[in-house]
Ligand binder design. Structure first.
Ligand SMILES: Cc1cc2nc3c(=O)[nH]c(=O)nc-3n(C[C@H](O)[C@H](O)[C@H](O)COP(=O)(O)O)c2cc1C
Length: 175
C-alpha cells in the first residue's frame, strides 16, 4: 500500500466548477477552476489554486483581485471549453460571453451562472506547478436559483475532460 496513489480514491473528493476572472489595465480574462473552497466565515476568505503558466494567474498577480462565477448544471460543454481549454493570450474570452461589472470593478459572467463573488488577494503561496491565492470576499450576489455544476457531473454526466493545467487532470484516467 505504501507509496501507491489510486486516482479513484482522489476522485471521491467533491468540487464545484467555476470561472475565475480578473481585470488588469482594462484587459479582462478568466479560466475554469475546480480547485476553490471557502476557508473562513468572519471575514469570509477563499482559496483558489491556479497553474503558473495560465494567463489568468499572471493577471491575478498583477491586479491583486479575482472574481468567481458559479456555473450552473445546465452549462454546455462548449461554453466550459471557451474558458477551460483556450488561453486568453490568444483571444478575448470576454468578447464571446455575457458579463457585468461587479461593485468592486471585476467581470462577472452572467451566462449559465448562479452567483458572482469578488475577492481581494491576501496572500500567494507557490505549490510546485501552481500558485495558491487566498482571497477575502468583498462582494457576493445571487444571480438566479438553480443547481450548481459539480466536478463529478462534469466528468460523469457531461463526459468532460480536464486539461493538463488542472490540478485534478489525473481524473481523466479514472473513467
Ligand atoms: C473542468 C476544468 C477544471 C479546471 N480546473 C483548474 C484549476 O483548478 N486550476 C487551474 O489552474 N486550471 C484549471 N483548469 C484549466 C484552465 O481552465 C485552463 O488551463 C485555461 O485554458 C487557462 O486559461 P488562461 O490561460 O486564459 O488563464 C480547469 C479546466 C477545466 C476544463
Amino acid at each position: 500500500m505504501e507509496g501507491s496513489i489510486d486516482p479513484r480514491a482522489l476522485f471521491t473528493l467533491n468540487y464545484g466548477v467555476y470561472i475565475l476572472s480578473t481585470g488588469y489595465e482594462g484587459k479582462f480574462n478568466g479560466q475554469i477552476i475546480n480547485a476553490l473552497m471557502q476557508l473562513t466565515a468572519d471575514p469570509i476568505c477563499m482559496a483558489a489554486c491556479l497553474h503558473k503558466d495560465n494567463y489568468t494567474t499572471e493577471l491575478v498577480e498583477k491586479s491583486g483581485r479575482f472574481s468567481i462565477s458559479v456555473l450552473e448544471d445546465a452549462v454546455p460543454l462548449k461554453f466550459i471549453g471557451l474558458f477551460g481549454f483556450r488561453c486568453g493570450r490568444e483571444f478575448d474570452k470576454f468578447g464571446e460571453c455575457q458579463y457585468e461589472i461587479g461593485s468592486e470593478g471585476l467581470p462577472l459572467v452572467t451566462e449559465y451562472t448562479l452567483a458572482g463573488i469578488e475577492l481581494k488577494v491576501l496572500s500567494v503561496q507557490e505549490i510546485f506547478t501552481h500558485k495558491l491565492f487566498i482571497g477575502q470576499v468583498e462582494s457576493a450576489q445571487l444571480l438566479k436559483e438553480g443547481n450548481p455544476l459539480t466536478y463529478a457531473n462534469y466528468h460523469r454526466v457531461k463526459k468532460g475532460k480536464s486539461p493538463a493545467n488542472a490540478p485534478t487532470s489525473v481524473f481523466n484516467q479514472v473513467k
